[in-house]
Design a protein around this ligand. Structure first.
Ligand code: AMP
Length: 114
């Protein structure tokens, strides 16, 4: 069996996290190095390595991640807006090879992100 990813270990409670949401398909917890007052990762329980590895069967799951992000944004009081990001691969600066949606907000964000 493949070794668990860092985020699978968090989902299984083997590594502590500041969890803000969980259901049967995903978890969401605060990023350990936040880039904004609110920085939360929405992570599918299914260990999909990256956006590049998505398959047709994952359509519903990806939609679910965005709906959960929207719900958490409301919970966190991000009434003035926020950003959601999937980093992908080396040039996208993905560092954890388990798909995750960043939810970032609570301050004025800039564009382009650099
Ligand atoms: P990425 O660079 O898009 O792969 O994002 C990975 C994110 O995971 C980074 O923002 C890290 O700060 C965050 N991270 C890494 N380890 C942990 C952890 N143990 N708990 C919470 N967030 C983490």
């Amino acid at each position: 069996m493949a070794e668990k990813t860092l985020f699978q270990k968090i989902a299984d409670g083997e590594i502590p996290s500041d969890m803000v949401y969980e259901d049967d398909r995903c978890i969401a917890f605060r990023d350990i190095h936040p880039h904004a007052p609110v920085h939360i990762l929405v992570v599918p329980r299914k260990p999909i390595p990256s956006l590049d590895d998505l398959v047709d069967d994952d359509r519903e799951l990806v939609g679910h991640l965005f709906l959960v992000a929207k719900q958490i944004a409301a919970q966190e009081g991000l009434d003035n807006g926020y950003r959601t990001v999937f980093n992908c691969g080396k040039e996208g600066q993905q560092t954890v090879p388990h798909l995750h949606l960043h939810l970032i907000g609570g301050r004025q964000l800039r564009w382009p992100p650099g």
